[in-house]
Design a protein around this ligand. Structure first.
Ligand SMILES: O=C[C@H](O)COP(=O)(O)O
Length: 251
């Protein structure tokens, strides 16, 4: 399982760089603009320069409306700025067809610029609270649009978590559907260390976190701390080892 960490700007990205050996992807977002809020192109560039070259930088394009042209341009901005994972939150898409329209436009805009960049279609575990597309529709949206990964995060960061909205057996189905079409499955949403056993067991490819590696577990007031990133990674590695050894993934 890969670890994606979301700093809120250059200063926190530098802290991520200090913990670079413990993480796999640095994810640029602007939390005060939403769960998948988009940051400025120059911040993506600065963060790309600040983190080691062998660590991919991801950028969120926002909690986007159903406006394929607008979103495609934003996605191009992210990839031009140096991101190689482009994440799109399908906030304003109420049907799978709308999600596919948006993601097809994004895939074309991104891959024409950089065929190696990965496009991530993200839905929301708490979709029922915001009226957007059902979480289990996201793997099919990813497959039919040519995106590389299907993801879930939470839209409302109020302390509720991924498994509060989409229980582990449904997340397992999400992962199964993504893998069935050859996509990666990424899961996030106030994930904590004690969720890692389940996330490992169901075969999650990428886990995304912020709050769990911020001081006090507070994604807003707390800052990302390298020692918390290291501790989170150690727990991931423990579960990975147990899974590889065929042991039950204990908490
Ligand atoms: O993409 C990952 C998100 O930023 C997760 O943030 P969170 O762990 O605070 O919900």
């Amino acid at each position: 399982m890969l670890l994606l960490i979301s700093p809120d700007g250059v200063e926190e990205a530098l802290d991520c760089a200090k913990a670079a050996q413990h993480l796999d992807i640095v994810d640029v977002k602007k939390p005060d603009e939403g769960s998948l809020g988009a940051n400025f192109p120059w911040i993506i560039r600065e963060i790309r320069e600040a983190v080691p070259a062998d660590k991919p930088v991801s950028a969120t394009v926002g909690d986007v409306p159903y406006k394929p042209g607008t979103v495609a341009q934003a996605a191009l901005g992210a990839v031009v700025s140096g991101a190689t994972y482009i994440k799109v939150g399908l906030y304003g898409c109420t049907t799978p067809d709308q999600g596919i329209d948006v993601m097809r436009a994004v895939v074309r805009a991104v891959k024409e610029h950089n065929p190696d960049a990965l496009v991530v279609a993200s839905g929301y575990a708490d979709a029922h609270r915001i009226g957007c597309v059902n979480p289990l529709a996201v793997p099919d949206i990813a497959a039919r649009s040519g995106a590389d990964a299907a993801m879930l995060d939470t839209a409302v960061k109020d302390g509720t978590r991924l498994f509060d909205h989409v229980p582990p057996d449904v997340c397992a189905e999400f992962v199964r559907l993504a893998h069935a079409s050859g996509r990666l499955a990424a899961l996030a949403g106030s994930v904590r260390q004690d969720d890692l056993g389940e996330l490992t067991r169901i075969g999650t490819d990428i886990v995304g976190v912020r709050g769990a590696v911020c001081e006090g577990g507070d994604r807003n007031a707390g800052r990302i701390r390298p020692h918390l990133v290291a501790a989170f990674r150690a727990e991931m590695d423990r579960h990975d080892r147990e899974r590889t050894a065929g042991l039950p993934t204990a908490r």
